[in-house]
Design a protein around this ligand. Sequence first.
Ligand code: KG4
Ligand code: ZN
Length: 347
Amino acid sequence: MRVLGIETSCDETGVAVYDSGAGLLAHRLYSQAAVHAEYGGVVPELASRDHVRKVVPLLDEVLRAAGLTGPGAVDGIAYTAGPGLVGALLVGAAVGRSLALAWGVPAVAVHHMEGHLLAPMLEPDAPEFPFLALLVSGGHTQLVAVDGVGAYRVLGESLDDAAGEAFDKTASLLGLPYPGGPELAALAEAGNPERFRFPRPMTDRPGLDFSFSGLKTFAMNTITETLSASTDEARDRADIARAFEEAVVDTLVIKCRRALDQTGLGRLVVSGGVGANRRLRQAMSMLAADRSASVHYPRIEFCTDNGAMVAYAGCQRLLAGADEPLAFGARARWPLESLAPPGEASA
Ligand code: KG4
Ligand code: ZN
């Protein structure tokens, strides 16, 4: 089965064609980062408008790259229907659902985080079920026990900011441009990890939930105090970035270790935008080795938002006969646990 995937939940327009036999045929991504950079964060209305501008040209490009044209080219269409920005989601949903109607093929609404969770399935070392997934994106931080497609138990999640959001906010305090996660990570490379020690929130009590907003406040205070008496601003900023990154990575590792021990699972998936972080990957690989577990990541470009993960996740449901009614919608919030395995009714 050949599936066209469309992702427009936030500030990236992603389109891809996945074939259940041949694998990924083509994918394209357009990032709106430059549009939002001057505002220091995503402006929802601008995001929607830019998706409108880009989604059809990208669709054309992807179909051409895959050597496909017109009706009959694909067997189904998958679009992200949530969670995310409703206006942005509606663009992909409207285009995806309409195209499916025009082409006479089924359409399926995909949960964005299920897309992230299944993204490692596109790699040669795809994990078998069951596995533990750490989802770390700009909007979510979750630890999920995954028994199969659509069989998800959320073991812990952030009570406030997501890990990516904490990266972005701290980066902004350090004067770095949006989206700050990768910029902060690059700055941290030159930093001294011994100089500052940031807290590891909620690691001193049992449980698998996270909290990152206090870390951002700690960073803000450290930045104010340090820079007001600074003799070498570049070094101070790098040292602070490094201490912040160490604290986030360490916190995520402590919680993952706990989750592996509690569940007894032997496979770990790390996915979502922050999963592109080099130090996080290093630390997770060490943890997995220490626990004799295998660790699986999507390729770097599929850690952040993309159409390939949506095409893949949608394909699993289309294979089981999914077909949305013509009345489509978008959901700002959509609990991952309300999903059901393909072919079964969801909650
Ligand atoms: O998954 P994603 O593309 O979007 C959401 O679903 O939210 O994740 C984007 C987040 C942003 O917060 C971005 O700063 C962060 O992932 N990010 C990183 C890195 N690359 C992306 N954070 C830390 N280190 C990175 N290398
Ligand atoms: Zn995402």
